[in-house]
Write a protein that binds this ligand. Structure first.
Ligand code: PRE
Length: 361
């Protein structure tokens, strides 16, 4: 074969390539339309029966010289890329996505600009137990110039026989202590029916891990005008977590803080497995501030500091940890809360770490 003939054949291949390119792009546009229609109907994107039907049709019409195995392989790759494209289109369209809004969402909580670059801190007891207890913790937090206190009044406990929280009375105690030390109240609400009354006492509504896919609750907190701290479900993927936040924003509330709190794995050395890489993924995929709850993820007092350092180093917007005046007698999570002295040491060490690496404070 002369060089000229080879050149001519290659020109033909170039032209065919361009035809294929144009055809697969034409196919991709139709697939995008199908994707939109499926999203509206809420049907599964992957449809093996449809794929089988298409492969059979191709087999019936395959005149060669390509063998059927090769044709199947090529078209399966095309189907796969169609699915990837449909998923990417849906991700881009999410209101929480970075693609939809490039700038970081910054939430003003009690004068603190959460998500603006400097790490924020939320400390407080696991559960509100008494006025005296929350006063002591609020004093320690306020003394550091911090702006937020947490405390559970409605406690979703594994056992119905465990302490269930003081309810509205607990919120009143927390609010009283918070007011005395100029702190904002962060507290979990477990059902939409508690929301209205709670809003008189709560500045940031927490949706807990067990309620991450309580869609009615997500919609309810989506319609309030206070920030929401949404915790990742213990078995939720990052994608499910993002979609839970989408429920809130879709109902009108953009002020959402995402909180990684560890996921359930086979590992027993810690209470949960802190999925530290979820932090930069959530920062890339969404425009929302991301916190790490070092208490529930590790379940170990000795890991609270290293986990917080890791969270800040990897780009978290804030850290949450539990403090109790006397953890040994705490009604919940006794083994993982810090007492006030440990809290002081912990906070100093964290500040030193941030200074050492010239992190913003
Ligand atoms: C398509 C994509 C993925 C499905 O698994 C089946 C088919 C395709 O590429 O043709 C399109 C599509 O979503 C559909 O026909 O329902």
């Amino acid at each position: 074969m002369s060089n000229l003939e080879l050149e001519q054949l290659r020109e033909k291949v170039d032209a065919v390539n361009l035809q294929i390119l144009s055809l697969i792009n034409e196919r991709a546009s139709v697939i995008q339309e199908i994707g939109k229609a499926k999203e509206k109907q809420g049907v599964n994107r992957y449809d093996p029966l449809r794929e089988r039907h298409m492969l059979n049709l191709l087999k019936e019409n395959n005149a060669g010289p390509l063998d059927q195995k090769t044709v199947d392989h090529i078209f399966k790759e095309i189907f796969k890329s169609a699915l990837d494209m449909q998923e990417e289109d849906i991700r881009k369209a999410l209101l929480v996505s970075r693609k939809k809004k490039a700038e970081d969402t910054i939430i003003n909580i009690n004068g603190e600009q959460v998500g603006a670059g400097d790490p924020s801190f939320i400390f407080g007891p696991c559960a509100v137990e008494s006025q005296e207890q929350v006063m002591k913790v609020a004093e320690a937090i306020g003394g550091k110039g911090l702006k937020m206190i947490r405390g559970g009044a409605y406690k979703p406990r594994t056992s119905p026989y465990d302490f269930q929280g003081l309810g509205l009375e607990g919120l009143k105690m927390l609010k009283k202590a918070a007011d005395q030390y100029n702190l904002a109240v962060v507290s979990e609400i477990v059902t939409p029916s508690h929301l209205e009354a709670a809003l008189d006492y709560v500045d940031v509504v927490q949706v807990g891990a067990r309620n991450m896919q309580n869609f009615e609750l997500l919609k309810a907190v989506g319609s309030i005008n206070k920030p929401v701290l949404l915790k990742r479900g213990m078995s939720a993927t990052v994608d499910e977590f993002i979609h839970a936040a989408e429920y809130i924003i879709a109902s009108g509330n953009e002020n959402i803080i995402l909180c990684e709190r560890g996921i359930r794995t086979y590992e027993k050395a810690t209470r949960n497995t802190l999925d530290i890489s979820a932090v930069p993924i959530l920062k890339q995929e969404t425009h929302l501030p991301v916190f790490v709850d070092v208490t529930h993820s590790t379940g170990r007092r000795d890991l609270l500091l290293p986990a917080a350092k890791a969270a800040i180093a990897i780009g978290a917007d804030g850290v949450m940890a539990e403090v109790h005046p006397d953890p040994a007698v705490a009604l919940s999570d006794a083994q993982q809360q810090m007492d006030i002295g440990q809290f002081d040491e912990y906070y100093d060490a964290l500040m030193k770490f941030m200074k050492q690496y010239e992190m913003k404070m």
